[in-house]
Design a protein around this ligand. Structure first.
Ligand code: AMP
Length: 424
């Protein structure tokens, strides 16, 4: 038996229903926020991620799925969504649309060659947003509000929002210098990765999973002491806007985020439920002014986040939340010999917006009633020789067991009056 690759999973049955429900809710929520759906390729030229995500990040140094295509070009399965959306934004000159800021959202699989464990997969799904062209701290707060409200709509309670600022370029550069100075005497005790990060991006040392419980990390310089006035003001405004939205948060100076491109606001949403496990960051994001310029020849600010479906599903299970996904149909048509008439009615029902099904297994009438129950059908219609002859169909309310005899021309009207259908 050929098995699926390590770190991947199949989606079917109840899990498929849950995922479709989540996607539907995201689409509805994003419509309310007036964000536009964007889809980019699953693979890009490797260079894009090297340049955008950063040469010192684990994602790029160790975790990308790289391959050569048949023309010997270096390609990479996308490890995250931002770089691709930024590339699409520039390549399609989306910035020239006067309808700014450009507010985009995506849903799709990402690929990272990580050690598979609970909450960490090699193929995983993310919902993310990327907003371009606005330097308004209100947008930072809005971007943070999206996952918070999404989790709230789902009924999740054990979530904690943590925010921090990495400041503007000037503040960040001063902070980098301070870190380089501070870690100099400890260079030998740093892990190999951190030695490499030391000059290229010392902020990433603070995020290291190997080194960060070492004693000398405690007294490392703190970003808050290196912020210039502008950066401080910006961060204060983001907090004021979050207060206006009544979003609870905690300022956590240790958050630096794993990717190289962030500045100003960074944030994470954690599952703060006892026993959730080490992979408790449900969502992460921040501002990345400068990334657009790094990839293309235009300079536009950007801010975004990404949240994973897998950890979200685990959090929902942890809090015993049942998603209200549809698990019933409107009508089950039972053909008694008259399969063509039943089949034709089935199509009419479906095209009029009803969820309808029939028998393809040549079941007995009794077995068909059982099947209707299994599908949680609201109504059952029986079509046999007599019904076809008279043009009058028997409709049974499968919950109350009431039976009706309805002219075949009036079937749709009858169901319209009794069931909320979705217009096609
Ligand atoms: P990142 O792109 O690393 O900032 O991650 C954003 C979110 O994506 C995380 O909070 C997780 O929910 C999810 N995520 C990241 N990596 C993985 C992974 N390997 N497996 C499952 N979910 C992931």
């Amino acid at each position: 038996m050929i098995q699926r690759p390590k770190g991947t999973y199949d989606v079917y049955g109840v899990k498929a229903k849950k995922i479709l429900y989540l996607e539907k809710l995201i689409n509805v929520l994003m419509e309310k926020y007036n964000y536009n759906y964007i889809r980019t390729p699953l693979f890009e030229k490797s260079e894009l991620f090297h340049r955008a995500v950063g040469e010192t990040t684990d994602i790029v140094t160790k975790e990308t799925y790289d391959f050569k295509d048949k023309s010997d070009r270096d390609m990479t399965l996308r490890p995250e969504g931002t770089a691709s959306v930024v590339r699409a934004y520039i390549e399609n000159k989306m910035y020239s649309d006067p309808n700014l800021p450009s507010k985009n959202y995506y849903i799709g699989p990402m690929y990272r060659y990580e050690r598979p464990q609970s909450g960490r997969y090699r193929e995983f799904y993310q919902f993310g947003v990327e907003v371009f062209s606005s330097n308004d701290p209100m947008i930072d707060a809005e971007v943070i509000s999206i996952p918070v409200n999404f989790y709230k709509l789902l009924g999740l309670k054990g979530v904690k929002v943590k925010i921090n600022t990495l400041g503007d370029t000037e503040s960040r550069n001063k902070y980098k210098e301070a870190l380089i100075e501070y870690f100099k005497p400890y260079l030998d005790s740093l892990c190999e990765d951190c030695k490499n990060r030391y000059l290229k991006n010392p902020l990433r040392i603070l995020d290291c999973k190997v080194d960060n419980d070492k004693e000398f990390f405690k007294d490392a310089p703190k970003m808050r002491d290196y912020l210039n006035e502008e950066s401080k003001n910006y961060f204060e405004k983001v907090q004021k806007y979050l207060d206006a939205l009544e979003i609870e948060y905690e300022v956590d100076y240790s958050i630096v985020r794993g990717l190289d491109y962030y500045n100003h606001t960074v944030f994470e949403v954690e599952a703060s439920v006892e026993g959730f496990g080490a992979q408790n960051v449900l969502c992460g994001g921040g501002r990345y002014n400068g990334l657009v310029k790094m990839i293309g020849n235009t300079d536009e600010p950007g801010v975004g986040f990404a949240l994973g479906f897998e950890r979200l599903l685990t959090a929902l299970e942890f809090e015993n939340i049942n998603l209200p996904y549809e698990d019933e149909i409107d009508v089950y048509v039972i053909p008694v010999g008259e399969k063509e008439t039943a089949f034709s009615l089935l199509q009419a029902l479906r095209l009029n917006g009803f969820k309808a099904d029939t028998d393809y297994m040549d079941r007995s009438i009794k077995a068909n009633f059982k099947q209707a129950d299994r599908l949680n059908s609201k109504y059952v219609i029986i079509i046999g020789e007599e019904e076809v002859k008279n043009g009058i169909y028997k409709i049974k309310n499968n919950k109350t067991k009431e039976e009706f005899e309805i002219n075949k021309e009036d079937i749709i009207d009858f169901l319209d009056q009794n069931i909320d259908s979705e217009e096609m």
